[in-house]
Ligand binder design. Sequence first.
Ligand SMILES: Cc1ncc(COP(=O)(O)O)c(C=O)c1O
Length: 403
Amino acid sequence: MTTHPIGELNPPHRLMLTPGPSSMDPRVYRALATPLVGHIDPWFRGCMDDVQVLLRQIFQTENRVTMPLSASGSGGIEASVVNTLEEGDEAIIAVNGTFSDRMAVIADHTPAKVTKVEAPYGKAVDADDVRRAGKGKKIKIVGLAHGETSSGVVTDIDTFRKVADELGALLIVDTVASLAAVPLHVDRQRIDICFSGTQKAISAPPGMSPITVSPKAEEVFRNRKTKVQSWYFDLTTAMNYWGKDRLYHHTPPISLIFALREAMRIVIEEGLENRWDRHRTNQLALVAGLEAMGLELLVKNPADRLPTVTAVVIPSGIDDVKVRDQLLDEFNIEIAGGLGPLKGRIWRVGLMGHCSQKPYVLLFLAALEKTLLDQGFRVPSGVGVGAAIQSYTHANTAAAMSR
Ligand SMILES: Cc1ncc(COP(=O)(O)O)c(C=O)c1O
């Protein structure tokens, strides 16, 4: 066995313009470092109440079953499908990228029959295709990703709600990449199960998956004929802890809950609508800058672009990894590459939560220009930053006129 002294932990300070995790506000770090208390301490019960109040505000719901699961976003997918699906059920999942596909993959671990209705990566699934796939069948759930992080596409939830109503199905929506950044009203849009992740637009550490369940979905849980195949993700027993009795279920990640509470306080202080506007304005400026630099976006239709993740087509002859490495080494900026079939074809630039800020957009465009020039891609000097500044000026004028 080789042994060498292990030094003190000292990670670099990165600007994480990735599709998650995002950089965090210093207030969230401070919350993370506060003293631990026990998970059944009476004080902690009050803290859990606070977390549920804040979550309901962010999801825009009155749902009783609203809690952060002790799991990453994938745990939210798992909980949603295993609690609803059992032997004899049929599910339709709208798949337009890696994460919506993950919902289909996880649903396939249940005994239910799963149909994928697909769209090419870079586009939203057509709700009419789901309608056709479900016609004449008894469909238990329709599932989709509101924000498909692998391709940077946002899907209009309302058209899918309409189709799910026609099919008599529950609607399950993955908002891991969109909650607290893109308009969402769980109650008004009648989403039956909606889940997210803490590490993206909420800008808390990774490791929790906020989830909310409608009374109708709760009733479906109560009427199950078989046990939920997962003990850990059985939402009815998990709610014994997050419900009024606060009965032990498992030991939750207490420090992460502290950090989530603080991150959500920041969301509510800013106001959801302001936050939605901020994400849209910063992405428009980023897109203006990228296009002015001669770069192409994967998502052609501006209305389909997810405000938190912008997918940029890698110009031919330019090395994906060399560009990302230079951004990291020279500027301390992390962006992501493509996943699955998009590996080597796109870069993904995240502007989520704390990272969706004008100074970061301008810094990134300047850093990208320098990096692309070094890698042999010709960019007229300063065009990206110039176009972004113009986009901000338009946004300010439009906001002033609407006041
Ligand atoms: C839309 C979406 N769903 C689910 C997940 C899975 O979340 P996690 O990696 O936290 O398990 C991700 C992660 O990026 C995501 O973007």
